[in-house]
Design a protein around this ligand. Structure first.
Ligand code: 5RP
Length: 227
């Protein structure tokens, strides 16, 4: 099975966890898209809460009824992809620039299921550059403060502004993304706290103690992992 087939298998397995009547958080990215398609095919009576405009458009086009976090206070189950899955199901997310809405939806969920292909599993987080969402106002100054925070965690690196087609990527919230190529994150909790202390940082892509289970597509089928 190639990576895309593994993503599809994990998304389809997660769709089997959904029951009629549930409020379901809908993740963002290519793996989450497989989940949304498999969920729509089941034609259950559910309310979806999307984590991005892209996912909202996909789900709506497939006939899934949608609600918004806020009016919807509690979510039964959220299913979403990840860029890295480390020990204890600590994650890096935000490769698709949806980390803020994703984290808001995850934190409002009773149960969070991460879906991925086997390549996403790592012994230590950090090879995938850590996305950090910052407000646009004064972002160059915020970046310098982020460098200080990274330095406190023995990461002497400068994050790079995410650019696509020559222009800075804007999130669905109108913010910018800096990617920090950490290499190895020895203490994810300390790094998360250091980044959150920087004014101008809206959110970072470390998802710690949030995933309840991972369904990982492998060459031998879908494997279930617990923290
Ligand atoms: C979006 C995310 C995605 O879940 C993550 O980037 C994985 O994407 P894909 O399933 O396409 O590999 O965090 O912000």
């Amino acid at each position: 099975m190639d990576a895309d087939a593994q993503k599809k298998a994990s998304g389809e397995a997660a769709a089997q966890l959904v029951e009629s009547g549930m409020v379901v958080g809908l993740g963002t990215g290519s793996t989450a898209a497989w989940f949304v398609k498999a969920l729509a095919a089941r034609k259950l009576d559910i309310l979806g809460v999307p984590t991005s405009l892209a996912t909202a458009n996909l789900a709506e086009s497939l006939g899934i009824r949608l609600g918004e976090l806020g009016p919807v206070r509690s979510i039964d189950l959220t299913v979403d992809g990840a860029d890295e899955i480390g020990p204890a199901l600590a994650l890096i997310k935000g490769g698709g620039a949806a980390l803020l809405r994703e984290k808001l939806v995850w934190e409002a969920s009773k149960r969070c299921v991460v879906i991925a292909d086997a390549e996403k599993r790592v012994a230590k987080l950090g090879k995938f550059p850590l996305p950090i969402e910052v407000v646009a106002f004064g972002h160059e100054t915020t970046m310098l403060r982020i460098c200080d925070a990274l330095g406190e965690c023995d990461l002497g690196i400068a994050p790079r502004l995410r650019v696509k087609d020559g222009v800075p990527v804007k999130t669905d919230n109108g913010n910018l993304i800096y990617d920090a190529a950490c290499g190895r994150i020895e203490d994810p909790a300390a790094l998360a706290a250091a980044l959150k202390s920087v004014t101008g940082v809206v959110e970072h892509g470390l998802f710690l103690d949030l995933a309840d289970v991972a369904l990982v597509g492998t060459a031998d089928g879908v494997v279930t992992l617990e923290p």
